[in-house]
Ligand binder design. Sequence first.
Ligand code: NAD
Ligand code: TYD
Length: 353
Amino acid sequence: MRKLLVTGGAGFIGSNFIQYLLGRKQEIELLVNLDLLTYAGNLENLKSVEHDPRYCFIQGDIRNRALVRKLFDEYGFDTVVHFAAESHVDRSIVEPELFLTTNIVGTQTLLDVAKNYWKIHPEDKYSREYRPGVIYLQVSTDEVYGALGRNGMFTETTPLAPNSPYSASKASADLIVRAYHETYGLPVNITRCSNNYGSYQFPEKLIPLMIHNALYDKPLPVYGDGMQIRDWLHVKDHCAGIVAVLEKGEVGEVYNIGGNNEKANLEIVRQILKELGKPDSLITHVQDRPGHDRRYAIDNTKITTHLGWKPSYTFEQGMAETIRWYLDNLDWVEHVTSGEYQKYYRKMYLLDT
Ligand code: NAD
Ligand code: TYD
């Protein structure tokens, strides 16, 4: 029976993960979702589990050490799955500091509290003995490896070379997780996944933003030539990958999780327009993102061969299901795109006159 602390569980991947886990795993005794509810967090994502007796939501900040310590004391977690982060590259370009405090200091706070709570002799700095079965899982990103040219793929041993304030903050967090394992023996895993897509993704990211704009016949803002490549992973396949690491991962190891599914941005935008029966003339090339990474591609050999995980969605199937979800959930889209989102959108795409 597991007692989990899930951080950032009201965001896109975290909320999919909570629904996935509580839906499939009876051996979960307790799952506490700690989320600050920033613009990206939305409790509407979790309606299907809010009455599950194993589930509990706490609104709070991962940087609040006293709160995190109190939650460990109260609930006795044996597992941490850390999703909470500032996650959008474009926002990190205009507001880097927030990314450093949330993504780096937030991670270190969780690690520190977990270490002190799980260590059998917390006062002994040489002791590496922990309560049995405890694990801290850091949800990271392939963006920590930097950008690829036409060829090659990221493996778990590719050197870290992040290019944006977002990816630099995630890489820093990964190094701190590594340091807690090496120095204190804290049982950890790091997962690094490629770009996720699926239901409940906030429409500031490529796929939901383009679906949303196409639905309302608004221009689709493609950065630069639109030939940047991402390796798309369905969020449910990502959740299954995280569960595989929790259940079978070797302590201290990093696992890449990728969908074997490289697509150029323009290809995706065209596919969305086709599925929605909208004209290609909505595509509008806008100024490129500064420091824009050209290509990401994940080599997922380690997780597929060592843990037996593999992606189950084809991109065609996943995209059709995702577009259908947005069409069936226009209320959700309306709620998250009102107010603050409108201001963000105008500022980000320089629409204010
Ligand atoms: P998201 O932006 O949708 O959700 C982030 C969640 O974290 C939100 O619910 C927000 O309220 C919460 N949060 C932010 N700051 C917090 C704080 N200080 N304390 C507590 N909660 C806080 O992000 P996502 O797309 O679901 O990504 C989840 C994780 O996966 C992140 O760590 C991200 O770096 C990583 N990741 C995402 C992708 C992707 O394609 N979305 C790809 C690779 C890795
Ligand atoms: P995004 O979803 O922001 O993810 P990431 O930057 O973490 O990969 O962007 C995916 C790709 O889509 C990236 O190459 C940037 C591009 N993009 C656009 O062309 N226009 C947009 O409006 C957005 C949000 C992204």
